[in-house]
Design a protein around this ligand. Structure first.
Ligand code: 5AD
Ligand code: FES
Length: 349
């Protein structure tokens, strides 16, 4: 029997868009048969463009010091239980080289908004990594900066920038962040980054406190306007030392459904099966790929600091070495019939 939602999935697969009511209907929950159809179409859409290839990004969490106080985040400045660290330039570059030797062709530098690193330092780190790993892409994920700083990093060789918008709804943004942060500024940053020429990634947490279906619809509309190259989504997971400690986590099924919907709405987008997804279910990342994801971001950070980069409770891979995570992902992907490739994994038009 063909249901209304099955028709919507087919339409989204064909046209990459739906009416507001159409998206809200799909976001309202699906039967098992509808869900399976969604995943099947999402896999088809992904493999048409990216085959059964999974791109790896080596993630270096180089500082857990942050001047912000986001209500959901474990390394918010108000959390005094965190052992704070920063890696120096040489350590960061050494870490990138190690990743390069393992086969990573994208290095992601992620950190809190740590004013210790000047623009010149970030540029110098980017330049050195590009020198040592010439055919690798460098992605920055270091938060909200001025246009000229973004321009300087780009001129130094940075290729991509990840900055989740967290929610496109200004009021919802205010419920997740202290008053000194604004959704408008965040969106402005994303537009600056795009205009400068970065491959840009935005994204949200699924099941973030106070999130509604209408918010996710707004997120989709915002993304249709921004046209990001990457969309990072994972479940919200509470962290015990944050104001959201008692909030429920986002669910596996909601996250997988949104991955599928996003794959159909943005067939070419780079879509990670995130560590947070791997944290709420032992096969979360595999299930993410089977729902349309095509990127995985294993941890490259030195083992000594991993347990200090806890954005949420229970984060996986805090004891493993970079090589262990790399092999682990290779095996996990092979088991579901996908293949990890040694490539930069740029956006395909
Ligand atoms: N649960 C899930 N994801 C989180 N992030 C931050 N805190 C949490 C949490 N508690 C995500 C945010 C941020 C990205 C780096 O990690 O979306 O943009
Ligand atoms: Fe780190 Fe599996 S990805 S151990």
């Amino acid at each position: 029997m063909t249901t209304e939602k099955m028709n919507l999935i087919e339409k989204l697969y064909q046209t990459h868009d739906l009416s507001d009511d159409g998206f809200l209907c799909l976001l309202g929950g699906m039967t098992e048969a509808e869900t399976q159809l969604l995943y099947e179409k999402a896999r088809l859409a992904a493999t048409k463009i990216y085959q059964k290839q999974i791109y790896l990004r080596g993630l270096i969490e180089f500082t857990n010091i942050c001047k912000n106080n986001c209500f959901y985040c474990g390394i918010r400045r108000g959390n005094t239980n965190v052992h704070r660290y920063r890696l120096g330039e040489e350590e960061i570059v050494a870490c990138a080289k190690k990743g390069y030797a393992l086969g990573f062709r994208t290095i992601v530098l992620q950190g809190g908004e740590d004013p210790y690193y000047t623009d010149e330092q970030i540029c110098s780190i980017v330049r050195k990594i590009k020198q040592e790993c010439p055919d690798a892409a460098v992605t920055l994920s270091i938060g909200e900066k001025e246009h000229d700083s973004y321009q300087a990093y780009f001129d130094a060789g940075a290729d991509r920038y990840l900055l989740r918008h967290e929610t496109a709804d200004e009021k919802h943004y205010g419920m997740l962040h202290p008053a000194e942060l604004s959704g408008a500024h965040r969106k402005r940053c994303l537009r600056d980054l795009k205009e400068i020429g970065y491959q840009v990634g935005c994204g949200i947490m699924v099941g973030a406190p106070y999130q509604t279906r209408e918010h996710i619809l707004e997120d989709i509309r915002f993304m249709q306007e921004l046209q990001p190259h990457m969309i990072g989504i994972g479940p919200f997971i509470p962290h015990k030392d944050t104001p959201f400690a008692k909030e429920p986590a986002g669910t596996l099924s909601d996250t997988l459904a949104l991955l599928g919907i996003l794959r159909l709405a943005f067939p070419n987008v780079l879509l990670p099966a995130t560590t947070a997804l791997g944290t709420i279910h032992p096969q979360g990342r595999e299930l993410g790929v089977l729902a349309g994801a095509n990127v995985i971001m294993p941890n490259l950070s030195p083992t000594s600091v991993r347990k200090d980069y806890m954005l949420y409770d229970g984060k996986i891979c805090t004891g493993e070495e970079a090589a262990e995570c790399h092999h682990c992902i290779e095996r996990r992907m092979e088991r579901i019939g996908y293949q990890v490739v040694v490539e930069r994994g740029d956006y395909r038009e």
